[in-house]
Design a binder for this molecule. Structure first.
Ligand code: AMP
Ligand code: MG
Length: 480
Protein backbone atom coordinates (compact mmCIF):
# COMPACT_ATOMS: atom_id res chain seq x y z
CA UNK A 1 0.00 0.00 0.00
CA UNK A 2 1.16 3.52 0.63
CA UNK A 3 4.62 3.96 2.06
CA UNK A 4 4.12 7.16 3.98
CA UNK A 5 7.09 9.14 5.26
CA UNK A 6 5.60 12.53 5.81
CA UNK A 7 7.88 15.43 6.58
CA UNK A 8 5.65 18.48 6.06
CA UNK A 9 4.44 18.31 9.62
CA UNK A 10 7.98 18.89 10.84
CA UNK A 11 7.46 22.49 9.78
CA UNK A 12 6.23 24.89 12.50
CA UNK A 13 2.61 24.27 13.49
CA UNK A 14 1.20 27.31 11.67
CA UNK A 15 1.87 25.67 8.29
CA UNK A 16 -0.81 22.96 8.57
CA UNK A 17 -3.78 21.66 10.49
CA UNK A 18 -4.53 18.06 11.26
CA UNK A 19 -7.85 17.40 9.60
CA UNK A 20 -9.68 14.25 8.58
CA UNK A 21 -11.67 13.87 5.38
CA UNK A 22 -15.39 14.10 6.05
CA UNK A 23 -17.09 10.82 5.14
CA UNK A 24 -19.50 10.82 2.18
CA UNK A 25 -22.78 9.00 1.69
CA UNK A 26 -22.06 6.45 -1.01
CA UNK A 27 -18.76 6.68 -2.82
CA UNK A 28 -18.26 4.90 -6.14
CA UNK A 29 -15.18 4.72 -8.30
CA UNK A 30 -15.53 6.70 -11.52
CA UNK A 31 -11.99 6.21 -12.73
CA UNK A 32 -8.83 4.72 -11.32
CA UNK A 33 -5.36 5.08 -12.82
CA UNK A 34 -4.02 1.55 -12.58
CA UNK A 35 -0.83 2.39 -14.53
CA UNK A 36 0.06 5.20 -12.17
CA UNK A 37 -0.69 3.11 -9.09
CA UNK A 38 1.70 0.46 -10.41
CA UNK A 39 4.34 2.99 -11.37
CA UNK A 40 4.51 4.33 -7.83
CA UNK A 41 4.36 0.89 -6.26
CA UNK A 42 0.90 1.17 -4.75
CA UNK A 43 -0.44 -2.34 -5.03
CA UNK A 44 -4.19 -2.32 -4.69
CA UNK A 45 -4.93 -4.70 -7.53
CA UNK A 46 -6.61 -6.96 -5.01
CA UNK A 47 -9.00 -4.20 -3.88
CA UNK A 48 -12.54 -4.42 -5.13
CA UNK A 49 -14.33 -1.26 -6.28
CA UNK A 50 -15.99 -0.85 -2.92
CA UNK A 51 -12.63 -0.84 -1.13
CA UNK A 52 -11.12 1.54 -3.67
CA UNK A 53 -14.08 3.87 -3.31
CA UNK A 54 -13.71 3.88 0.48
CA UNK A 55 -10.02 4.63 0.15
CA UNK A 56 -10.23 7.39 -2.45
CA UNK A 57 -13.18 9.11 -0.84
CA UNK A 58 -11.44 9.32 2.51
CA UNK A 59 -14.22 7.27 4.10
CA UNK A 60 -11.58 4.86 5.29
CA UNK A 61 -8.28 6.39 6.34
CA UNK A 62 -5.53 3.83 5.80
CA UNK A 63 -3.06 2.80 8.48
CA UNK A 64 -0.08 5.08 8.62
CA UNK A 65 -1.98 8.09 7.35
CA UNK A 66 -2.32 11.20 9.50
CA UNK A 67 -4.27 13.49 7.20
CA UNK A 68 -3.67 17.22 7.24
CA UNK A 69 -4.46 20.35 5.30
CA UNK A 70 -1.95 23.01 4.39
CA UNK A 71 -2.03 26.72 5.14
CA UNK A 72 -1.20 29.17 2.38
CA UNK A 73 -2.06 32.57 1.07
CA UNK A 74 -2.08 33.94 -2.45
CA UNK A 75 -2.56 36.75 -4.88
CA UNK A 76 -5.78 35.97 -6.72
CA UNK A 77 -6.19 38.12 -9.80
CA UNK A 78 -3.70 40.47 -8.18
CA UNK A 79 -5.32 40.66 -4.73
CA UNK A 80 -3.74 39.21 -1.64
CA UNK A 81 -5.85 36.77 0.43
CA UNK A 82 -5.28 34.19 3.15
CA UNK A 83 -6.31 30.80 1.83
CA UNK A 84 -5.26 27.23 2.66
CA UNK A 85 -6.63 23.84 1.64
CA UNK A 86 -10.30 24.59 2.05
CA UNK A 87 -11.38 21.29 0.56
CA UNK A 88 -8.30 19.13 0.39
CA UNK A 89 -6.56 16.68 2.68
CA UNK A 90 -3.10 15.24 2.26
CA UNK A 91 -3.14 11.63 3.34
CA UNK A 92 0.63 11.50 3.49
CA UNK A 93 3.85 11.63 1.49
CA UNK A 94 4.30 8.37 -0.36
CA UNK A 95 7.87 7.29 -1.09
CA UNK A 96 8.40 4.96 -4.04
CA UNK A 97 10.99 2.22 -4.24
CA UNK A 98 13.26 4.45 -6.25
CA UNK A 99 13.01 7.16 -3.59
CA UNK A 100 10.62 9.52 -5.37
CA UNK A 101 8.17 11.27 -3.10
CA UNK A 102 4.56 12.24 -3.79
CA UNK A 103 1.94 13.97 -1.71
CA UNK A 104 -1.25 11.92 -1.91
CA UNK A 105 -4.01 14.50 -1.76
CA UNK A 106 -7.78 14.19 -1.76
CA UNK A 107 -9.53 17.20 -3.29
CA UNK A 108 -13.19 17.75 -2.49
CA UNK A 109 -12.91 15.71 0.71
CA UNK A 110 -14.74 18.02 3.08
CA UNK A 111 -14.35 21.05 5.26
CA UNK A 112 -11.07 21.98 6.92
CA UNK A 113 -10.00 24.85 9.20
CA UNK A 114 -9.29 26.80 5.99
CA UNK A 115 -12.69 26.38 4.36
CA UNK A 116 -13.91 29.91 5.10
CA UNK A 117 -17.46 29.92 3.76
CA UNK A 118 -16.88 27.03 1.35
CA UNK A 119 -18.51 23.64 1.70
CA UNK A 120 -15.28 21.70 1.28
CA UNK A 121 -16.69 19.82 -1.68
CA UNK A 122 -16.01 19.53 -5.39
CA UNK A 123 -18.12 18.74 -8.43
CA UNK A 124 -17.68 15.74 -10.74
CA UNK A 125 -17.11 17.73 -13.97
CA UNK A 126 -14.23 19.88 -12.71
CA UNK A 127 -12.54 16.94 -10.95
CA UNK A 128 -12.66 14.89 -14.16
CA UNK A 129 -11.39 17.90 -16.09
CA UNK A 130 -8.41 18.14 -13.77
CA UNK A 131 -7.90 14.37 -14.04
CA UNK A 132 -7.86 14.55 -17.85
CA UNK A 133 -5.66 17.62 -18.16
CA UNK A 134 -3.06 16.39 -15.68
CA UNK A 135 -2.75 13.01 -17.40
CA UNK A 136 -2.62 14.67 -20.83
CA UNK A 137 0.16 16.96 -19.61
CA UNK A 138 2.09 13.99 -18.32
CA UNK A 139 1.79 12.21 -21.67
CA UNK A 140 2.93 15.37 -23.40
CA UNK A 141 6.07 15.31 -21.27
CA UNK A 142 5.15 18.43 -19.31
CA UNK A 143 5.82 18.64 -15.56
CA UNK A 144 2.53 18.25 -13.75
CA UNK A 145 0.66 16.85 -10.80
CA UNK A 146 -0.90 13.46 -11.58
CA UNK A 147 -4.33 11.96 -11.17
CA UNK A 148 -4.83 8.66 -9.40
CA UNK A 149 -8.60 8.41 -9.05
CA UNK A 150 -11.94 10.13 -9.09
CA UNK A 151 -14.84 8.90 -7.00
CA UNK A 152 -18.34 10.25 -7.02
CA UNK A 153 -19.63 10.85 -3.55
CA UNK A 154 -23.30 10.03 -4.03
CA UNK A 155 -24.06 13.45 -2.60
CA UNK A 156 -25.09 16.58 -4.40
CA UNK A 157 -23.19 19.77 -4.09
CA UNK A 158 -25.01 23.08 -4.24
CA UNK A 159 -23.59 25.49 -6.74
CA UNK A 160 -25.88 27.56 -8.94
CA UNK A 161 -27.75 24.28 -9.12
CA UNK A 162 -27.35 20.92 -7.42
CA UNK A 163 -24.47 19.01 -9.01
CA UNK A 164 -22.94 15.58 -8.40
CA UNK A 165 -20.15 15.65 -5.82
CA UNK A 166 -16.76 14.03 -6.48
CA UNK A 167 -13.31 13.67 -5.00
CA UNK A 168 -10.06 13.66 -6.96
CA UNK A 169 -6.96 11.88 -5.68
CA UNK A 170 -4.01 13.85 -6.88
CA UNK A 171 -0.28 13.20 -6.68
CA UNK A 172 2.18 16.02 -6.48
CA UNK A 173 5.90 16.10 -5.79
CA UNK A 174 4.80 18.61 -3.15
CA UNK A 175 2.10 21.21 -2.68
CA UNK A 176 4.48 24.03 -1.75
CA UNK A 177 3.22 27.06 -3.61
CA UNK A 178 4.35 30.65 -4.03
CA UNK A 179 1.37 31.27 -1.76
CA UNK A 180 2.91 29.08 0.95
CA UNK A 181 5.83 31.51 1.12
CA UNK A 182 3.42 34.44 1.12
CA UNK A 183 1.63 32.83 4.04
CA UNK A 184 4.94 32.40 5.87
CA UNK A 185 5.99 35.99 5.26
CA UNK A 186 2.68 37.21 6.61
CA UNK A 187 2.99 35.21 9.76
CA UNK A 188 4.19 37.23 12.73
CA UNK A 189 7.04 34.90 13.53
CA UNK A 190 9.98 36.00 11.37
CA UNK A 191 11.56 32.56 11.20
CA UNK A 192 8.65 31.04 9.24
CA UNK A 193 10.06 31.88 5.82
CA UNK A 194 13.46 30.62 6.80
CA UNK A 195 12.00 27.26 7.92
CA UNK A 196 10.01 26.96 4.71
CA UNK A 197 13.03 27.87 2.61
CA UNK A 198 15.11 25.14 4.23
CA UNK A 199 12.30 22.65 3.86
CA UNK A 200 11.79 23.48 0.18
CA UNK A 201 15.48 23.16 -0.59
CA UNK A 202 15.63 19.81 1.13
CA UNK A 203 12.56 18.53 -0.66
CA UNK A 204 13.17 19.85 -4.17
CA UNK A 205 16.62 21.33 -4.55
CA UNK A 206 18.98 19.52 -2.17
CA UNK A 207 22.03 20.46 -4.21
CA UNK A 208 21.47 24.11 -3.22
CA UNK A 209 21.52 23.53 0.53
CA UNK A 210 25.10 24.70 1.06
CA UNK A 211 24.83 27.79 -1.17
CA UNK A 212 25.95 31.14 0.18
CA UNK A 213 22.67 32.88 -0.57
CA UNK A 214 20.06 30.15 -0.26
CA UNK A 215 17.13 32.45 -1.00
CA UNK A 216 18.55 33.72 -4.27
CA UNK A 217 19.63 30.20 -5.25
CA UNK A 218 16.13 28.90 -4.67
CA UNK A 219 14.56 31.71 -6.69
CA UNK A 220 16.95 31.11 -9.56
CA UNK A 221 16.14 27.41 -9.56
CA UNK A 222 12.39 28.06 -9.45
CA UNK A 223 12.70 30.67 -12.21
CA UNK A 224 14.39 28.10 -14.40
CA UNK A 225 11.65 25.53 -13.72
CA UNK A 226 8.84 28.01 -14.27
CA UNK A 227 10.36 29.31 -17.49
CA UNK A 228 10.54 25.73 -18.73
CA UNK A 229 6.96 25.03 -17.68
CA UNK A 230 5.54 28.10 -19.38
CA UNK A 231 7.51 27.38 -22.54
CA UNK A 232 5.95 23.91 -22.58
CA UNK A 233 2.49 25.40 -22.18
CA UNK A 234 3.09 27.84 -25.01
CA UNK A 235 4.40 25.00 -27.17
CA UNK A 236 1.17 23.03 -26.89
CA UNK A 237 -1.19 26.04 -26.81
CA UNK A 238 -2.24 25.66 -23.21
CA UNK A 239 -3.93 28.41 -21.23
CA UNK A 240 -3.96 27.69 -17.50
CA UNK A 241 -6.54 30.34 -16.77
CA UNK A 242 -5.91 30.91 -13.05
CA UNK A 243 -2.22 31.55 -12.57
CA UNK A 244 -2.76 32.97 -9.10
CA UNK A 245 0.25 32.70 -6.81
CA UNK A 246 -1.49 29.94 -4.86
CA UNK A 247 -1.62 27.93 -8.07
CA UNK A 248 2.11 28.09 -8.79
CA UNK A 249 4.21 25.29 -7.32
CA UNK A 250 7.83 25.63 -6.25
CA UNK A 251 8.53 22.22 -7.78
CA UNK A 252 7.82 23.57 -11.27
CA UNK A 253 4.88 21.24 -11.81
CA UNK A 254 1.68 22.56 -13.30
CA UNK A 255 -1.03 22.42 -10.66
CA UNK A 256 -4.73 23.17 -10.09
CA UNK A 257 -6.25 22.84 -13.52
CA UNK A 258 -9.53 24.70 -13.29
CA UNK A 259 -11.05 26.67 -16.13
CA UNK A 260 -8.09 25.87 -18.35
CA UNK A 261 -8.06 24.92 -22.01
CA UNK A 262 -5.87 24.15 -25.00
CA UNK A 263 -6.42 26.55 -27.87
CA UNK A 264 -7.71 25.30 -31.20
CA UNK A 265 -7.13 28.16 -33.62
CA UNK A 266 -4.07 30.23 -32.86
CA UNK A 267 -4.90 33.39 -30.97
CA UNK A 268 -2.32 34.82 -28.59
CA UNK A 269 -4.91 36.93 -26.75
CA UNK A 270 -7.15 33.98 -26.05
CA UNK A 271 -8.76 33.63 -22.62
CA UNK A 272 -11.14 30.78 -21.79
CA UNK A 273 -11.93 31.32 -18.14
CA UNK A 274 -15.26 33.05 -17.61
CA UNK A 275 -13.88 34.86 -14.56
CA UNK A 276 -10.82 36.31 -16.31
CA UNK A 277 -12.55 39.36 -17.74
CA UNK A 278 -9.42 41.48 -18.12
CA UNK A 279 -7.34 38.83 -19.89
CA UNK A 280 -4.83 38.82 -17.06
CA UNK A 281 -4.17 35.13 -17.68
CA UNK A 282 -4.42 35.08 -21.48
CA UNK A 283 -2.16 32.74 -23.47
CA UNK A 284 0.35 35.41 -24.39
CA UNK A 285 0.44 36.95 -20.91
CA UNK A 286 1.49 33.73 -19.16
CA UNK A 287 5.23 34.46 -19.15
CA UNK A 288 4.61 37.96 -17.73
CA UNK A 289 2.39 36.56 -15.04
CA UNK A 290 4.94 33.90 -14.16
CA UNK A 291 7.47 36.68 -13.66
CA UNK A 292 4.98 38.71 -11.61
CA UNK A 293 4.33 35.68 -9.39
CA UNK A 294 8.07 35.08 -8.97
CA UNK A 295 8.43 38.70 -7.86
CA UNK A 296 5.84 37.99 -5.14
CA UNK A 297 7.92 34.96 -4.17
CA UNK A 298 11.20 36.81 -3.87
CA UNK A 299 9.53 39.60 -1.87
CA UNK A 300 8.77 37.09 0.87
CA UNK A 301 12.47 36.37 1.21
CA UNK A 302 13.95 39.88 1.21
CA UNK A 303 15.18 39.72 4.83
CA UNK A 304 17.03 36.49 3.97
CA UNK A 305 18.66 37.94 0.89
CA UNK A 306 20.53 40.74 2.64
CA UNK A 307 20.49 42.47 6.03
CA UNK A 308 20.44 45.81 4.27
CA UNK A 309 16.86 46.19 2.96
CA UNK A 310 17.89 48.41 0.05
CA UNK A 311 20.53 46.00 -1.06
CA UNK A 312 18.06 43.12 -0.75
CA UNK A 313 15.60 44.90 -3.02
CA UNK A 314 18.32 45.64 -5.53
CA UNK A 315 19.38 41.98 -5.64
CA UNK A 316 15.75 40.88 -5.87
CA UNK A 317 15.03 43.17 -8.80
CA UNK A 318 18.18 42.08 -10.57
CA UNK A 319 17.32 38.41 -10.06
CA UNK A 320 13.70 38.61 -11.20
CA UNK A 321 14.74 40.78 -14.15
CA UNK A 322 16.65 37.80 -15.51
CA UNK A 323 13.42 35.93 -16.09
CA UNK A 324 12.69 37.80 -19.32
CA UNK A 325 15.95 36.71 -20.91
CA UNK A 326 15.63 33.19 -19.57
CA UNK A 327 12.15 32.85 -20.99
CA UNK A 328 13.03 34.44 -24.29
CA UNK A 329 15.96 32.09 -24.87
CA UNK A 330 14.00 28.98 -23.97
CA UNK A 331 10.98 30.18 -25.91
CA UNK A 332 13.00 30.81 -29.04
CA UNK A 333 14.71 27.43 -28.78
CA UNK A 334 11.28 25.82 -28.49
CA UNK A 335 9.94 27.63 -31.55
CA UNK A 336 13.04 26.62 -33.50
CA UNK A 337 12.32 23.02 -32.56
CA UNK A 338 8.72 23.33 -33.69
CA UNK A 339 10.04 24.28 -37.10
CA UNK A 340 12.93 21.81 -37.13
CA UNK A 341 15.57 24.53 -37.12
CA UNK A 342 18.39 22.53 -35.62
CA UNK A 343 20.91 25.30 -36.19
CA UNK A 344 20.61 28.99 -35.33
CA UNK A 345 20.34 31.94 -37.67
CA UNK A 346 19.48 35.56 -36.89
CA UNK A 347 16.62 35.51 -39.36
CA UNK A 348 14.88 32.65 -37.57
CA UNK A 349 12.82 34.88 -35.33
CA UNK A 350 11.42 36.66 -38.34
CA UNK A 351 10.54 33.37 -40.01
CA UNK A 352 8.76 32.23 -36.86
CA UNK A 353 6.80 35.45 -36.46
CA UNK A 354 5.73 35.40 -40.09
CA UNK A 355 4.18 31.99 -39.62
CA UNK A 356 2.51 32.91 -36.33
CA UNK A 357 1.06 36.11 -37.70
CA UNK A 358 -0.28 34.27 -40.74
CA UNK A 359 -1.81 31.66 -38.40
CA UNK A 360 -3.41 34.37 -36.33
CA UNK A 361 -4.91 36.23 -39.29
CA UNK A 362 -6.30 33.00 -40.70
CA UNK A 363 -7.42 31.33 -37.47
CA UNK A 364 -5.21 28.39 -38.35
CA UNK A 365 -5.34 25.49 -35.93
CA UNK A 366 -2.34 25.71 -33.60
CA UNK A 367 -1.74 22.00 -33.12
CA UNK A 368 -2.55 20.83 -36.63
CA UNK A 369 -0.57 23.52 -38.45
CA UNK A 370 2.67 22.58 -36.76
CA UNK A 371 1.92 18.89 -36.99
CA UNK A 372 1.11 19.16 -40.69
CA UNK A 373 4.51 20.72 -41.36
CA UNK A 374 6.13 17.41 -40.42
CA UNK A 375 4.69 15.79 -43.55
CA UNK A 376 6.46 16.29 -46.84
CA UNK A 377 3.05 16.72 -48.43
CA UNK A 378 0.73 19.17 -46.75
CA UNK A 379 -2.90 18.09 -46.48
CA UNK A 380 -5.27 19.48 -49.08
CA UNK A 381 -6.49 22.29 -46.96
CA UNK A 382 -7.65 25.50 -48.58
CA UNK A 383 -5.68 27.58 -46.12
CA UNK A 384 -2.40 26.05 -47.24
CA UNK A 385 -3.12 27.08 -50.84
CA UNK A 386 -2.84 30.74 -49.95
CA UNK A 387 0.05 32.46 -51.64
CA UNK A 388 1.22 34.02 -48.39
CA UNK A 389 1.50 30.60 -46.81
CA UNK A 390 3.10 29.02 -49.87
CA UNK A 391 5.75 31.74 -49.95
CA UNK A 392 6.45 31.21 -46.29
CA UNK A 393 6.66 27.45 -46.82
CA UNK A 394 9.20 27.84 -49.61
CA UNK A 395 11.29 30.13 -47.45
CA UNK A 396 11.11 27.68 -44.56
CA UNK A 397 12.13 24.77 -46.82
CA UNK A 398 15.22 26.56 -48.00
CA UNK A 399 16.02 27.52 -44.42
CA UNK A 400 15.86 23.82 -43.49
CA UNK A 401 18.43 23.07 -46.16
CA UNK A 402 20.81 25.47 -44.46
CA UNK A 403 20.77 23.38 -41.31
CA UNK A 404 23.57 21.33 -42.84
CA UNK A 405 22.06 18.31 -41.18
CA UNK A 406 20.04 15.54 -42.72
CA UNK A 407 16.37 16.50 -43.06
CA UNK A 408 15.48 13.50 -40.95
CA UNK A 409 17.15 15.21 -38.00
CA UNK A 410 14.81 18.19 -38.32
CA UNK A 411 11.77 16.00 -38.74
CA UNK A 412 12.56 13.98 -35.69
CA UNK A 413 12.91 17.15 -33.60
CA UNK A 414 9.59 18.38 -34.98
CA UNK A 415 7.91 15.07 -34.25
CA UNK A 416 8.88 15.24 -30.62
CA UNK A 417 7.87 18.89 -30.28
CA UNK A 418 4.58 19.12 -32.16
CA UNK A 419 1.95 16.80 -30.71
CA UNK A 420 -0.54 15.09 -33.00
CA UNK A 421 -3.22 15.32 -30.37
CA UNK A 422 -4.15 17.55 -27.45
CA UNK A 423 -7.20 17.41 -25.17
CA UNK A 424 -9.37 19.60 -27.32
CA UNK A 425 -11.91 21.47 -25.36
CA UNK A 426 -14.96 20.24 -27.21
CA UNK A 427 -13.86 16.63 -26.67
CA UNK A 428 -13.20 17.30 -22.99
CA UNK A 429 -16.62 18.91 -22.60
CA UNK A 430 -18.22 16.03 -24.47
CA UNK A 431 -16.62 13.52 -22.09
CA UNK A 432 -17.65 15.54 -19.03
CA UNK A 433 -21.20 15.89 -20.19
CA UNK A 434 -21.51 12.17 -20.85
CA UNK A 435 -19.99 11.44 -17.44
CA UNK A 436 -22.56 13.74 -15.89
CA UNK A 437 -25.16 11.40 -17.39
CA UNK A 438 -23.28 8.35 -16.08
CA UNK A 439 -21.85 7.38 -19.46
CA UNK A 440 -18.11 7.04 -18.91
CA UNK A 441 -17.24 5.68 -22.35
CA UNK A 442 -16.31 9.02 -23.92
CA UNK A 443 -14.05 9.71 -20.94
CA UNK A 444 -12.18 6.44 -21.36
CA UNK A 445 -11.95 6.89 -25.12
CA UNK A 446 -10.59 10.40 -24.69
CA UNK A 447 -8.00 9.31 -22.14
CA UNK A 448 -6.88 6.50 -24.45
CA UNK A 449 -6.60 8.94 -27.36
CA UNK A 450 -4.38 11.26 -25.33
CA UNK A 451 -1.70 8.62 -24.71
CA UNK A 452 1.49 8.84 -26.83
CA UNK A 453 0.50 12.22 -28.24
CA UNK A 454 3.55 12.49 -30.50
CA UNK A 455 2.89 9.23 -32.32
CA UNK A 456 1.01 9.08 -35.58
CA UNK A 457 -1.96 6.86 -34.90
CA UNK A 458 -4.75 6.24 -37.32
CA UNK A 459 -7.31 5.39 -34.64
CA UNK A 460 -7.79 8.83 -33.21
CA UNK A 461 -8.53 11.17 -36.09
CA UNK A 462 -11.71 12.20 -34.34
CA UNK A 463 -9.55 13.71 -31.59
CA UNK A 464 -7.15 15.43 -33.96
CA UNK A 465 -9.74 17.30 -35.98
CA UNK A 466 -10.23 20.96 -35.18
CA UNK A 467 -13.75 21.64 -33.93
CA UNK A 468 -16.42 22.76 -36.35
CA UNK A 469 -17.55 26.31 -35.61
CA UNK A 470 -20.63 24.95 -33.83
CA UNK A 471 -18.52 22.64 -31.67
CA UNK A 472 -16.03 25.23 -30.58
CA UNK A 473 -15.89 26.00 -26.86
CA UNK A 474 -15.12 29.62 -26.09
CA UNK A 475 -15.52 29.65 -22.36
CA UNK A 476 -14.71 27.38 -19.47
CA UNK A 477 -16.17 27.77 -16.03
CA UNK A 478 -14.61 27.30 -12.66
CA UNK A 479 -17.74 25.47 -11.47
CA UNK A 480 -15.41 24.03 -8.82
P1 AMP B 1 -8.89 26.89 -6.43
O1 AMP B 1 -9.67 27.86 -7.24
O2 AMP B 1 -9.41 25.49 -6.49
O3 AMP B 1 -7.42 26.97 -6.66
O4 AMP B 1 -9.17 27.32 -4.92
C1 AMP B 1 -8.81 28.56 -4.36
C2 AMP B 1 -9.00 28.52 -2.88
O5 AMP B 1 -10.38 28.38 -2.53
C3 AMP B 1 -8.29 27.37 -2.19
O6 AMP B 1 -7.82 27.82 -0.96
C4 AMP B 1 -9.38 26.34 -2.02
O7 AMP B 1 -9.13 25.47 -0.96
C5 AMP B 1 -10.59 27.21 -1.75
N1 AMP B 1 -11.85 26.56 -2.16
C6 AMP B 1 -12.30 26.38 -3.41
N2 AMP B 1 -13.48 25.74 -3.42
C7 AMP B 1 -13.80 25.51 -2.12
C8 AMP B 1 -14.89 24.87 -1.46
N3 AMP B 1 -15.93 24.35 -2.12
N4 AMP B 1 -14.85 24.80 -0.10
C9 AMP B 1 -13.84 25.33 0.58
N5 AMP B 1 -12.78 25.93 0.02
C10 AMP B 1 -12.75 26.02 -1.31
MG1 MG C 1 -5.71 26.48 -6.09
Amino acid sequence: MFNFHSTYKELPAQFFSNAKPEPVASPTIVIFNEDLAQAIGVDIASFNDRQKADLFSGNKVVDGSEPFSQAYAGHQFGHFTMLGDGRAHILGEHVTQSGEKFDIQLKGSGRTPYSRRGDGRAVLGPMLREYIIAEAMHSLGIPTTRSLAVVSTGESVMREQALPGAILTRLSSSHIRVGTFEFAANYENGSSVSSLLDYTLERHYPSLIGKENKAVSLIEAVMEKQAELIVHWMRVGFVHGVMNTDNMALSGEGIDYGPCAFMDSYDPEVVFSSIDRMGRYSYTNQPNIAQWNLARLIETMLPLIDNDPNKAIEIAKETIGQFSRLYKDKGLAMMRSKLGLVSEQDEDEKLIWELLSWMKSNNADHTNTFHDLINSKLPKNELYQQKQFQDWHTKWQSRLEQNNQPLEESLSVMRSTNPAVIPRNHKVEEALEAAHNSDFNPLHKLLAALKDPYKDRKDREEYQKAPEPTEKVYQTYCGT
